[in-house]
Design a protein around this ligand. Sequence first.
Ligand code: HEC
Ligand code: HEC
Ligand code: HEC
Ligand code: HEC
Ligand code: HEC
Length: 186
Amino acid sequence: MKRIFLLFLFLSILALPVFSQEFTVDDAPDALSPSHSETPGLKNCLKCHTPDLEIDATKCLSCHQEIALRIEQQRGYHKEFTEGCSDCHTEHEGAETKLIDMDPEDFDHEETGAELKGIHAEIKDCRACHRADNTIPRKKSQSFLFTRSGYQACHAAPHPGRQDQCLACHTQRNWRVDTWIKRAKR
Ligand code: HEC
Ligand code: HEC
Ligand code: HEC
Ligand code: HEC
Ligand code: HEC
């Protein structure tokens, strides 16, 4: 009898990892944010979680290629955040979820790698630059990620030449260019 019990115990321990991967929505604290309610959807726990319900950054990044690309290229706000996504992005509070908890009034723009100076520093409305027509489209929210990177998101140069580095010749105050730069670079 004792032997059969031990065998049963042994078999159940073996089976444990298999069964524990089959979570249901009842195992979740609450519904997901509106942004995630359809994709991946609450029932697909393992799209975000490991089998022991930890958060796996590689799973987040497999959907969020826009962030993965910035980490790979070492640019933008997320350039150094290869893990710890859930330190800043919470979930499971339904419509109340603050998936992004950011206060634009208290945001240090230098952390994005773009230091706003001159006229740019005087613009207080983030959405004056990060507009719906120049950021990646989202259904449930508005992104900060430009579709064209750098200054070209807002400015097309009215002249041929180096389209990438406006600041090689211009300042962030106005479009006037120092005479010596004009002679040297054009
Ligand atoms: C969109 C990705 C996503 C999906 C899908 C998802 N979760 Fe989560 N879950 C998270 C994140 C992010 C956290 C961390 C929340 C936090 O720290 O505030 C979390 C936390 C948890 C926690 C820990 C809660 C706590 O207070 O410590 C449990 C348990 C959990 N999830 C279970 C589930 C189950 C079960 C499912 C499937 C039915 C599921 N989750 C689906 C993203 C997800
Ligand atoms: C004058 C225009 C301007 C204003 C105003 C502005 N930004 Fe930016 N922002 C930029 C530029 C330019 C970049 C660099 C984009 C790049 O290199 O692709 C940037 C980058 C960012 C990024 C990083 C995007 C990424 O690719 O990771 C975030 C986040 C961001 N800004 C948030 C804000 C917030 C929040 C505010 C308001 C507090 C704000 N910005 C105001 C021009 C602006
Ligand atoms: C230190 C806090 C922090 C960490 C860690 C972090 N994020 Fe973020 N995340 C933010 C903030 C603040 C924003 C809003 C500014 C922005 O859009 O870049 C954001 C925005 C986003 C966005 C929306 C971007 C947009 O504007 O369209 C996605 C997607 C995202 N994070 C995914 C991730 C993933 C995946 C990870 C883990 C690899 C991660 N984040 C790690 C703070 C963080
Ligand atoms: C199966 C794909 C998928 C996975 C996995 C996934 N996401 Fe998302 N995520 C989405 C979609 C779809 C949206 C909504 C895009 C839209 O609004 O059009 C979104 C939106 C977001 C946003 C922006 C929300 C906002 O309000 O601006 C953040 C931040 C984010 N996800 C972080 C994460 C993190 C962190 C993880 C891992 C725990 C994760 N996502 C896992 C598909 C996914
Ligand atoms: C190689 C140097 C150089 C680069 C790089 C450069 N510019 Fe210029 N740009 C000039 C010069 C020189 C003028 C003429 C300005 C003057 O006469 O003071 C000018 C003029 C302008 C003007 C017109 C100003 C007016 O008064 O009408 C705008 C707008 C402008 N540039 C935008 C840009 C943008 C946007 C970029 C980046 C995408 C850029 N430039 C990159 C050298 C440059």
